[in-house]
Write a protein that binds this ligand. Structure first.
Ligand SMILES: [Zn+2]
Length: 262
């Protein structure tokens, strides 16, 4: 009986994840435009994160509500816009699916609904940052700073005993990348390296406590290294180009956090 209840809950979180994932797609598409990371003529259309309704990036046609169903619409339309038949990026269904799986996994491992809810919000924001960092090598501060607030709130509400560790975690996480940035500036004259990573790492310290930071960093570095090697091998790039190749580190840190989360 208990097993059955757990399964119902997981279906709820999976479907909820698909819907939230569909909203995250909008944020991933629009936030870089709003923040000016991407040069694109959008002057003809006034929009923010919620307005206007979803439309095809190619022909601007608005999607009717019955084609706004996450995942299913993409399969139904065979990955093409129903008006101009232009290919829709597989990124859309992929983000929806990843969010659905992420939410159910969080629900499966959490102790109660409040913990699941806050972690789902935290990882949704982290997913948005990971994709934006991969595409633009930039980390929007409004989201990374919100992550720190959410993480501190999480411990304040759920683990009041750990608030001190969480505050120290935020500080250590930030200082680590801050010092690396200063070091690189001093040694090589490179500016701004890892500035966005510092806030993201601070939020992870705030979520888990300072004790977890070395483990998250170790996992992230290994994952980052392995994925770069795979990327170079698949793209058949010469390995001597590895020197000076900068990787988006937020996705690696996010995986590192996931591994250490429960
Ligand atoms: Zn279209």
């Amino acid at each position: 009986m208990e097993l059955l209840l757990i399964r119902y809950e997981l279906i709820f979180f999976f479907l909820g994840g698909l819907i939230v994932g569909s909203f995250l797609n909008t944020v991933i598409y629009r936030l870089p435009l709003i923040m000016g990371y991407e040069e694109k003529d959008i002057s003809f259309i006034k929009f923010n994160l919620a307005y206007p309704a979803s439309h095809c990036p190619n022909c601007e046609s608005k999607l009717p509500f019955y084609l706004n169903i996450p995942l299913l619409s993409f399969i139904w339309l065979k990955g093409r816009c129903s008006f101009c038949k232009d290919k829709i990026s597989t990124q859309y269904p992929l983000i929806e699916l990843v969010t659905g799986i992420l939410f159910s996994w969080i629900a499966l491992n959490s102790l109660d609904l409040l913990q699941s809810a806050i972690l789902c919000i935290f990882f949704s924001a982290l997913l948005v940052l990971s994709v934006i960092d991969s595409k633009f090598k930039l980390v929007p501060s409004p989201i990374s700073l919100s992550l720190i607030v959410i993480a501190l709130l999480y411990n304040f509400l759920l683990n009041p005993d750990l608030v001190k560790d969480a505050l120290l975690g935020a500080l250590c996480g930030y200082l680590f990348f801050f010092l690396i940035e200063k070091l690189f500036k001093y040694l090589k004259g490179i500016e701004g390296l890892g500035r966005g990573d510092a806030k993201v790492f601070a939020s992870m310290g705030a979520l888990m406590g300072w004790q977890y930071l070395p483990y998250i960093l170790l996992a992230a570095s290994l994952l980052g290294l392995i994925s770069v090697l795979i990327f170079f091998a698949v793209e058949k790039k010469p390995f001597r180009e590895l020197k000076g190749y900068s990787i988006p580190f937020v996705p690696a840190l996010s995986f590192g956090l996931l591994i250490n989360l429960f």
